[in-house]
Design a binder for this molecule. Structure first.
Ligand SMILES: Nc1ncnc2c1ncn2[C@@H]1O[C@H](COP(=O)(O)OP(=O)(O)O)[C@@H](O)[C@H]1O
Ligand SMILES: [Mg+2]
Length: 233
């Protein structure tokens, strides 16, 4: 399976939940390069808890910022500065390590994590906030996505207002030639909004996630598999 960058039309939209679904269903790896807000716990911890998967499925964040604010501001408060180059170097290292472990028979690598059991390219990267969120004074999250160069899965809400937010996000991605793998809608079923997003956005809605009263593994697997099936067809 391929790598995907999970972004959204907003913060608190369901990116982490959808990442957990895809991770569990694919058995791949998860990475949150920029964690803005560590006070209330990290997204990596949440995905770990939700999926129950072990260390080998998780990569270390490039930036851990304390305040739950836009990354550019959160970094400023921490006397830190986000460099896209640092994140890209981490990405390259992760890929190289994955490749080395895939060739472990001929290439002995001293590392405690067993990547052999994991698919080489199965990689879920979760963004911070939405697409036009600043990382520093020059770069936005979407610039990082364009540099990494993998397809985006856009998380959107199902309710009123989503058509505008989703179409704007799709337009921003296309204007930078970022491939869009599809949209995942979260919230009460709204077939009209789904139809409008598919028609006007020229995009596939990979899954609709209902409001889950409790987030349990069978549901994560069910919706994750549904997304993977939709991505394959
Ligand atoms: N379909 C849903 N059903 C139930 N809870 C949801 C759903 N989508 C999101 N949530 C909850 O909303 C909150 C924000 O979602 P999260 O995945 O953390 O968003 P993001 O990563 O985009 O900030 C979390 O507590 C998450 O469990
Ligand atoms: Mg999140």
């Amino acid at each position: 399976m391929d790598s995907f960058f999970i972004s959204g039309t907003d913060t608190g939209i369901g990116k982490t939940l959808i990442s957990a679904m895809l991770l569990l269903a694919s058995g791949g790896r998860y990475w949150k390069p920029v964690q803005s807000g560590t006070i209330e716990g990290t997204d990596t911890e949440t995905v770990r808890k939700l999926t129950g998967l072990g260390d080998g499925h998780f990569e270390k964040e490039s930036y851990m910022l304390e305040q739950p604010l836009s990354p550019h501001l959160s970094a400023q408060i921490d006397n830190n500065h986000i460099h896209i180059g640092t994140i890209l170097a981490d990405y390259e290292n992760i890929q190289t390590r994955g490749r080395k472990h895939a060739n472990a028979d001929t290439d002995a690598v001293a590392d405690t994590i067993d990547y052999n059991s994991l698919p080489l390219k199965s990689f879920i990267i979760e963004g911070a906030g939405g697409l036009l969120v600043p990382l520093n004074e020059n770069d936005l999250v979407i610039d990082l996505i364009a540099e990494i160069g993998i397809p985006v899965i856009l998380t959107s809400r199902s309710t009123l207002g989503t058509i505008n937010h989703t179409l704007l996000s799709l337009e921003a991605l296309r204007s930078r030639n970022v491939p869009v793998a599809g949209v995942v809608m979260s919230g009460p079923f709204n077939p009209e909004n789904k139809k409008a997003i598919e028609t006007y956005g020229r995009v596939k809605v990979l899954a609709e996630i209902p409001v889950l009263s409790e987030i349990v593994k069978p549901d994560l697997l069910l919706f994750g598999s549904r997304m993977l099936d939709a991505l394959r067809t």
